[in-house]
Design a protein around this ligand. Structure first.
Ligand code: ADP
Length: 162
């Protein structure tokens, strides 16, 4: 039987850190559903459809992307999946992730969260830091795929080269 997992997040926008987790996850599962959450951030830079498209356009094999509004446990149930992938960058992620994993398991005893470590190169990278860098013209080369770089450039045109 195929092992399928979901990888939920805001992905506002997807970064090379997220992609590193996707690639690692695909070493332990056969298929990955990247779930773009509609509710986890109140004021996202990109609309949900844009965030989904940026990921789908990467065409990562054995991966598909969808959006979801509501509880992760309900999304997992809907997809008939009981493995959740989350990325850990540093110890600072642990508290929140631990809380989230326990809350989810309380709602669905079958749901297991699997944590994967990022590539050290991306351990400091977050979508919010990236947005700040892009907004004020910092160099974001190597931190995001080409399509995301172009989209950020388009969005922050007035701020300079990035
Ligand atoms: P959320 O709002 O759910 O935290 P994010 O898009 O910020 O959504 O993150 C989704 C998941 O990806 C989280 O598990 C987060 O820890 C992980 N993640 C984010 N950035 C990185 C990175 N640079 N390296 C590894 N994992 C990351």
């Amino acid at each position: 039987m195929q092992k399928v997992a979901i990888y939920p997040g805001s992905f506002d926008p997807i970064t090379n850190g997220h992609i590193s987790i996707i690639k690692r996850a695909l070493k332990v599962v056969d298929k990955l559903i990247v779930v773009v959450a509609e509710n986890s951030e109140k004021n996202p830079l990109f609309k949900i459809e844009e965030r989904v498209k940026l990921i789908a356009d990467l065409g990562i094999e054995n991966t598909h992307v969808k959006s979801f509004k509501g509880l992760l446990v309900d999304c997992a149930k809907q997809e008939n999946v009981n493995i959740v992938i989350r990325g850990l960058r540093a110890v600072s992620d642990f508290d929140y992730e631990f809380q989230l994993a326990l809350a989810n398991r309380r709602m669905n005893r079958e749901l297991e969260t699997v944590f994967l470590m990022t590539d050290y190169k991306y351990s400091y990278l977050s979508s919010s830091m990236l947005k700040d860098m892009a907004k004020y013209g910092g160099n974001i080369e190597g931190l995001v795929p080409e399509n995301v770089k172009n989209k950020l450039k388009e969005r922050f045109l007035s701020y300079g080269d990035n």
